[in-house]
Design a protein around this ligand. Structure first.
Ligand code: KIV
Ligand code: ZN
Length: 386
């Protein structure tokens, strides 16, 4: 792998599905996994095999069907979870076990382990996973609230025990971009063996900074971003796949990293995940929201009609949309109305357009959006067609 290649690890089917109310059916999971595989996702975290019989079956079938992606299952730090996970991914062309334990003081208190006891457990469980699979990811859950010295110590243990990817989760979305970059950079500089593994970033969006934190982590040296389609995930969600992928594409001048994602497949998978999870995408969501490539105000519409770069920093076709939309509303101007008439096949003299424009504005003041049928009705009312 080149130094500027960033792996995309999608956890829509695991962390995403943990979103309350986002449960997907078995067939929906298989379909989404196929789409992820097809669009160039490097690693698909397909589920948590010990969690239920259904999760086991989904991970196992996705492992059997995947053509390109590595298929990963999640396991807590115990042999039973890890064995079940290894069983689920055994038929994958390329499989990965992802095992984790909460390392911050708050999380260490739950199993009531001392720092030394937890360190021993990490060594035992990562070694066990590595005996079953040569691709092992280890995560210190709540890493961003774990004491620095202890974090370095446990990462070193996990690397020595055979972990090949070290994931640094910001489990509660607590970190800020500058800290995120600095943390990864210092870990890579400090922990013995860090150069032999890939560092990953896994950010939650509690403060709305998940995408910024993930990109900052890449600047600090992370080479795997964990993310979900539409940013689905626990509480406020995870880093959104479409956001990091398009940010790296559009701002490649300042973030010179590439992914293997075919971005023209983004819109389709976004819609499929929205319907399968029952979580609609907010209108103004970056990249995939209904309004992400829509312009209503007169100044913007006029600019867009002259040169699309005036108000769009990426082409809608690059994310799989047919084109920009210029919905007509009360902020729209004559240029957009004229363009709409062109697409509807009407030609008008300037005075006729002026008359129609007045009546259109009157209607737009009473209606959120003026549709094609409304325009045709306005034209017919006054028989203004030439
Ligand atoms: O947010 C988190 O810490 C996780 C871990 C299981 C990696 O999802
Ligand atoms: Zn998470």
């Amino acid at each position: 792998m080149t130094k500027d290649r960033v792996l995309i690890f999608d956890t829509t089917l695991r962390d995403g599905e943990q979103s309350p109310g986002a449960t997907m059916t078995h067939d929906e999971k298989l379909e989404i996994a196929e789409m992820l595989d097809d669009m160039g996702v490097d690693v698909i975290e397909a589920g948590f095999p010990i969690a239920s019989e259904g999760d086991f079956r989904a991970v196992s079938e996705i492992a059997q069907r995947s053509k390109n992606s590595t298929i990963c299952g999640l396991a807590r730090a115990n042999f039973k979870d890890i064995d079940r996970c290894a069983e689920a991914i055994k038929d994958a062309g390329s499989g990965r076990i992802h095992t984790f334990i909460g390392t911050s003081p708050l999380h260490r208190a739950i199993p009531n382990l001392t720092m030394d006891e937890m360190a021993d457990k990490i060594h035992e469980t990562v070694s066990h996973a590595r005996n079953l699979c040569d691709n092992v990811q280890w995560s210190p859950m709540d890493a961003t609230r774990t004491e620095w010295d202890y974090l370095c110590r446990v990462i070193e243990i996990a690397i020595k025990a055979g972990a090949t990817t070290i994931n640094i989760p910001d489990t509660v979305g607590y970190t800020a971009p500058a800290e995120s970059a600095d943390l990864i950079k210092r870990l890579i500089e400090t922990v013995p063996g860090a150069d032999d593994v890939i560092f990953a970033t896994h950010c939650h969006n509690d403060l709305g900074m998940a995408t910024a934190n993930a990109l900052a982590a890449v600047a600090g040296g992370a080479r795997q971003i964990e993310c979900t389609v539409n940013g689905l995930g626990e509480r406020a969600g995870n880093t959104a796949l479409e956001e990091v992928v398009m940010a790296l594409k559009v701002r490649n001048d300042i973030m010179p990293f590439s992914t293997g994602i075919d971005t023209t497949k983004i819109m389709n998978i976004s819609r499929r995940v929205a319907t399968a999870s029952g979580f609609p995408v907010q209108f103004n969501k970056a990249i995939v929201g209904k309004n992400a490539f829509a312009h209503e105000s007169g100044i913007h519409q006029d600019g867009m009609l002259k040169n699309a770069e005036t108000f769009e920093i990426m082409r809608p076709e690059d994310v799989g949309l047919a084109g920009t939309s210029l919905p007509l509303g009360k902020h729209s101007g004559r240029a957009a109305l004229r363009a709409k008439l062109d697409t509807l096949g009407y030609t008008m003299a300037d005075n006729q357009l002026n008359d129609l424009f007045v009546r259109f504005k009157d209607l737009a003041d009473r209606k959120k959006e003026v549709f094609d049928d409304d325009i045709v009705a306005l034209i017919r009312q006054n028989d203004t067609v030439e």
